[in-house]
Design a protein around this ligand. Structure first.
Ligand SMILES: Cc1ncc(C[n+]2csc(CCOP(=O)(O)OP(=O)(O)O)c2C)c(N)n1
Length: 375
């Protein structure tokens, strides 16, 4: 089905407010909705749903577009806000990992198999789009009937059901000097024995391509949680240096993790945010913008700096290697990339990534391991 026809059908039914977090299966609708005056790119799917509920309370029909992996972020406001206060919102969710989980990346398997059952378990009506415009109208009719009962409705979108169209260029700032490959290349060249957590999507694939090493934990899936992983490891392994390579969209998704970094202040943690102002891995959709260095200082990080060139980034990473953190390094990078790095699963299963990382993190058992530092 054509993306224009899909969005047109929603607007025809009176939907006038849109929010969401992108999925590559919904690239077409996102490209069109980004041009809509009342589209708000949400930091996470739960916030998208609360924005939509606010719009509904204000009298405007609202729709939220998400990847089914984001159902976990959205379940609380779906159950304890929409269902509890009778607020009808239309949710459009892609179906990664469905119908055959083995045809998709492993981090989509459990939610792919469990999306329909989860909705059934909480009693939210839903239907799977088949790419036929008449099928969409039938689903929107069902959404209408749920709306009369003041209930939400979920349209589930399998792979290849809605066509893509080009994402409009950002154009709101000067083109950064670095691209993702260059920035990750500079960082990777400086990694020795640091435990390194890289974020969901292309950034992890880029690190894998630049320097595959046991100390790399490629966190595909669980978007926004790389900083939580890094902080947990930094606090429990204070004798090890920990580097988190984040995307701006992911860092924003669970920004609370960064607040805890500032509050706890682990000296051995460096948080690098590659900032392209977009969700590049899912097609380059616009993301909310933040001044990462300024924000980190306000949160309590010990040092923070924006590095816009390869030379500046290299010199700064060398300098802070000898200084106590936590450090924030913001790196403006261009949207898009001249190549597509390979998937990590082309070489390693997730279990291998985890096992060799653990071996590198604690080569000896905790009993013979390094002594606890004095408190
Ligand atoms: C909870 C959740 N929502 C959405 C996605 C889909 N997704 C995968 S990567 C990505 C974009 C990440 O953006 P950013 O962190 O800025 O890194 P970039 O892709 O720009 O390198 C999105 C939206 C996901 N994996 N999980």
């Amino acid at each position: 089905m054509d993306a224009q026809a899909f969005c047109g059908a929603l607007e025809h039914r009176g939907y006038g407010f849109f929010s969401g977090v992108p999925c590559s299966y919904l690239k077409g609708p996102f490209a069109l909705l980004e041009q809509h005056p009342t589209y708000l790119p949400a930091p996470n799917e739960g916030i998208a749903l609360s924005l939509a509920a606010g719009a509904e309370l204000g009298g405007t029909r609202a729709a939220v577009l998400i990847q089914n992996s984001g159902l976990g972020n959205l379940l609380d406001p779906l159950t304890s806000l929409l269902l509890a206060y009778d607020v009808p919102v239309l949710i459009v969710a892609s179906l990664r990992g469905w119908p055959r989980p083995e045809d998709d990346e492993p981090h989509h398997a459990a939610m792919g198999a469990g999306t329909l059952g989860t909705l059934e378990a909480i009693g939210v009506a839903h239907g799977v789009l088949d790419g036929d415009p008449a099928g969409l109208e039938a689903l929107l009719d069902r959404a209408e009937r749920e709306r009369e009962r003041r209930r939400p409705f979920v349209i589930l979108v399998p792979k290849g059901t809605i066509g893509t169209c080009a994402v409009p260029a950002g154009g709101e700032r000067e083109e950064p000097e670095l691209d993702r490959q260059e920035a990750v290349g500079v960082i990777a060249a400086r990694l020795t024995d640091e435990l390194t957590f890289s974020t969901t999507g292309m950034i992890s694939r880029e690190l894998f391509a630049a320097a595959d090493r046991p100390e790399n934990f490629y966190m595909q899936g669980s978007m926004g949680h790389a900083i939580g992983l890094g902080l947990g490891a930094a606090v429990t392994l204070p004798h090890r240096k920990v580097v988190v390579i984040d995307g701006d969209g992911a860092a924003l998704m669970h920004l609370g993790g960064s607040a805890l970094v500032g509050e706890r202040g682990p000296a051995n943690l460096t948080h690098i945010v590659l900032d392209n102002g977009s969700y590049d891995s899912t097609g380059g959709q616009r993301a909310a913008r933040l001044a990462w260095a300024e924000l980190a200082l306000a949160l309590g990080y010990r040092t923070a700096r924006t590095c816009a060139t390869a030379a500046e980034l290299a010199a700064h990473l060398d300098k802070i290697a000898a200084l106590p953190g936590p450090h924030m390094v913001g790196v403006p990078i261009r949207r898009g990339s001249s190549w597509t790095p390979p998937r990590i699963t082309s070489a390693h299963t997730n279990s291998e990534v985890r096992a060799r990382f653990q071996q590198a993190a604690t080569p000896t058992s905790p009993l013979d391991g390094p002594e606890e530092p004095a408190q």
